[in-house]
Design a protein around this ligand. Structure first.
Ligand code: ATP
Length: 206
């Protein structure tokens, strides 16, 4: 039987990096963010729904979703973020469940549901994680200081912008208490890889 695990982190903590390592070891990754991107591709019904809710300024000249414009709105306004979540989460959740059923059918040993707001969703009893019963949760953790530094380096944000984006999420120290396994990604990539290998071995041995 497949071992289904939920993987999460925080902005810039290294969730994508760890997901790639797990994939290399043989896990199947079902990536909520990638599904959001697919569902928000030009011409998808979700794009029209978002434009109807937030106005034409969230579309570019060609009618595709302008993620930066939308991000600017929802990172500043918690109520707007909630409205966007209500449009996006049910569709993403349904697509994840479809892919999960497919992966289970194929009897793959480890299936990783990569969900940015896994812990927030679980706490609220809703969100993209609704209806998915994973046995185990994994958190990719770094100290807040590194979340800020890695965002600045990766995305070119100023320090104030990087901090503001972090303030919209549950702190990683809080998520840590909710996770079954914590990958500490504050060291080198090699150190992270060692932890991931150990974890993968334990996931395939139960
Ligand atoms: P987000 O959710 O914001 O997209 P994420 O959690 O998926 O972020 P990554 O994109 O994997 O995070 O990592 C954030 C940045 O930090 C990337 O530029 C990545 O290359 C870098 N990074 C990840 N792990 C390490 C590490 N152990 N040492 C140095 N840099 C790292």
């Amino acid at each position: 039987m497949s071992n289904v695990v939920g993987l999460s982190g925080g902005i810039g903590s290294g969730k994508t990096t760890v997901a790639r390592m797990l994939e290399k070891l043989g896990a199947v990754i079902i990536d909520a963010d990638a599904i959001v991107h697919e569902l928000q591709a030009q011409g998808q019904p979700l794009v029209d729904e978002i434009a109807a809710a937030f106005g034409p300024e969230v579309l570019d000249a060609k009618g595709a979703l302008d993620r930066v414009a939308l991000g600017d709105i929802v990172f500043r306004d918690a109520e707007a973020r909630q409205r966007l979540d209500q449009l996006v989460h049910p569709r993403v959740g349904a697509e994840m469940l479809r892919r999960l059923a497919e992966a289970r059918e194929a009897n793959l040993p480890v299936i990783v549901l990569d969900i940015p707001l896994l812990f927030e969703g679980r706490k609220a009893g809703a969100g993209a994680a609704a209806g998915m019963d994973f046995r185990t949760t994994i958190l990719v953790w770094v100290p807040r200081r590194l979340q800020i530094e890695r965002q600045i380096r990766r995305d070119g944000y100023g320090r104030a912008e990087a901090k503001r984006r972090l303030s919209s999420q549950m702190p990683l120290d809080e998520k840590r208490a909710l996770a079954d396994h914590v990958i500490d990604n504050s060291g080198s990539l090699e150190e992270t890889e060692r932890q991931v290998q150990q974890l993968y071995a334990s996931l395939t041995s139960d």
